[in-house]
Write a protein that binds this ligand. Structure first.
Ligand code: 13P
Length: 262
């Protein structure tokens, strides 16, 4: 059955850009990325640069997302930036990125609260899930994905959850250059869709968008986008190369044209 989910190409700018560096890079991207109505391109710069970039951004081409956000809307939490503070700036926020989970000890319950806080503030969470190498080798991939999904979606209604995005990012493929094989990606994405169907119903499972992330670049993007159940890519390193990133957007456009039979 043909799906009408819009392909998303998301760039997680994992670079400690200053405001002027980020602005300069956005300028280059705006020159090289061609806008297509059928493709959603979302940029995730660091929190400091969101505000200035939001005034520079060509909204016909790009949307903005935050790399993280705090789950309490108000209160004394020194240093934290809440979803409530982000709500006028971004469409999306990453929650449960593996770097947050592993380097900052974010538990499933914190991830769940962040997903809930995002939805409460009208921001769409991109819930990141994925197994470590050790877990894959121990055949625990599905169990880990199941646990992360169940926990991450815990506070959302079926309608809320069907509007969110899930990113499958195997930890061993992030920033390593060792990307997952398309059949491994397809297997996990189908498993995620099945889990979503069980947790939230068939309708949510058909609507929810699921991305792949982990060493995606202009050379391999097409092999993931050709998976019919895969709705796009979350890209780290290669999103910081404007030529590579714009080539991925073009690949996505061609795939979307095929999907819609144009
Ligand atoms: P890389 O594309 O650098 O592997 O990073 C993936 C990622 O973590 C995107 O959020």
């Amino acid at each position: 059955m043909r799906n009408n989910r819009k392909i998303m190409i998301a760039g997680n700018w994992k670079e400690h850009f200053t405001v002027s560096e980020a602005s300069h890079f956005l300028h280059k991207l705006e020159e090289s990325v061609i806008s297509h109505h059928s493709i959603e391109v979302v940029l995730f710069p660091n929190i400091l640069t969101l505000q200035p970039l939001s005034t520079q951004l060509d909204r016909r081409k790009f949307r903005l997302g935050a790399q993280d956000g705090y789950y309490e809307d108000a209160g004394a939490y020194t240093g934290e930036v809440s979803m409530a503070m982000l709500r006028d700036l971004v469409h999306y926020v990453l929650v449960g990125h593996s770097e947050r989970r592993h380097l900052f000890n974010e538990s499933d319950s914190i991830v769940a609260k962040k997903a809930q806080a995002a939805v409460r503030n009208g921001i769409m969470p991109i819930l990141c899930v994925g197994e470590t190498l050790q877990e894959r080798l121990a055949n625990e991939t599905k169990q880990i994905i199941h646990n992360q999904l169940t926990a991450g979606l815990m506070h959302l209604t079926s309608t809320e959850a069907s509007a969110i995005v899930i990113a499958y990012e195997p930890v061993w493929a992030i920033g390593t250059g060792e990307f997952a094989k398309p059949d491994q990606v397809e297997e996990v994405i189908l498993y995620i869709r099945k889990q979503v169907a069980e947790l939230l119903g068939e309708r949510a499972s058909r609507h929810i968008r699921i991305l792949y992330g982990g060493s995606v670049d202009d050379q391999n993007a097409r092999s993931f986008l050709d998976i019919s159940s895969c709705d796009g890519a979350l890209i780290g390193g290669a999103s910081l190369n404007h030529l590579k990133f714009s080539k991925v957007v073009e690949s996505a456009y061609r795939v979307q044209q095929q999907r819609t039979g144009q």
